[in-house]
Ligand binder design. Structure first.
Ligand code: URA
Length: 249
């Protein structure tokens, strides 16, 4: 994403942005001669540097600059999709300080009890366009539903269902993956929706008289939840994954 950019910033600001300490810590590092730019020891923490084109070293290690960061989190239940909350643990509590320094926020919301794919970034522009109601970026969920989900529901979801507030949903693609027949029928389903109303999946099933008992997001646009990503953990998006999202936005 750096191709051809030429802007300069203070070296202490750059290193603080990348999580290498406070501006004051960096002042000390400069005094100790720990920082080099293009092979020359930095004497002035206010030195202007082009972070994309100059070579920055901290204690002999090359520092790679990035303005934005994109994380795929496998959200566990029990945490809220917010940057801060007075009572509840948030998704940011799952992020270690080296990444949290980027002032991340979640792209959209999953309910506290919902699991699965949640993108965290500091790229407001990308987040905004992925969430824009005009773009209809698809989101796919898997769920267990209490009840016998059948062809009627599939047809109703394609036609759009009316939620409790009178809103008629856009067509959603519902697939019944399997069913367990015990005392009650439990259906495992996949549902792709093209909008993101509050509690939308749960409310769509309520509209057809059924209850979601477990919900997991597995896809957003072309981005799939990495099946090897343990619940509660995260990783940076690969360049290929990021380009899928950028195309979508
Ligand atoms: N729909 C819901 O009902 N809950 C979520 O967390 C996401 C979509």
């Amino acid at each position: 994403m750096s191709g051809g950019r030429r802007t300069t910033q203070r070296i202490d600001r750059i290193l603080a942005h990348l999580g290498h300490g406070s501006r004051n810590d960096i002042k000390i590092m400069v005094k100790q001669g720990c920082i080099k730019v293009n092979g020359i020891i930095v004497k002035d923490r206010g030195l202007h540097v082009d972070p994309y084109n100059d070579t920055i070293e901290l204690n002999g290690e090359r520092i790679e600059y990035k303005e934005f960061i994109y994380l795929m989190l496998h959200k566990p239940p029990g945490v809220v999709s917010a940057t801060e909350d007075k009572r509840e643990a948030t998704v940011l509590d799952l992020i270690d300080p080296t990444h949290a320094v980027f002032e991340l926020f979640p792209v959209g919301r999953l309910d506290k009890d919902t699991e699965g794919l949640l993108l965290l970034t500091n790229d407001g522009k990308l987040a905004h366009s992925l969430l824009s109601p005009r773009r209809h970026v698809p989101k796919t969920y898997e769920a267990f539903v209490d009840g016998d989900v059948g062809l009627d529901d599939v047809k109703q979801f394609v036609a759009g269902v009316t939620l409790d507030d009178g809103y008629k949903t856009l067509p959603g693609e519902l697939v019944v993956l399997s069913q367990e027949h015990g005392d009650r029928v439990i259906s495992k389903i996949s549902l792709t929706i093209h909008e993101g109303k509050f509690h939308q999946v749960k409310r769509m099933f309520e509209a057809v008289g059924k209850k979601v008992i477990y919900l997991k997001r597995v896809q957003m646009g072309q981005l799939h939840l990495d099946p090897t990503l343990e619940i509660g953990t995260y990783r940076e998006l690969t360049p290929e994954e990021l380009s899928l999202l950028v195309k979508e936005s």
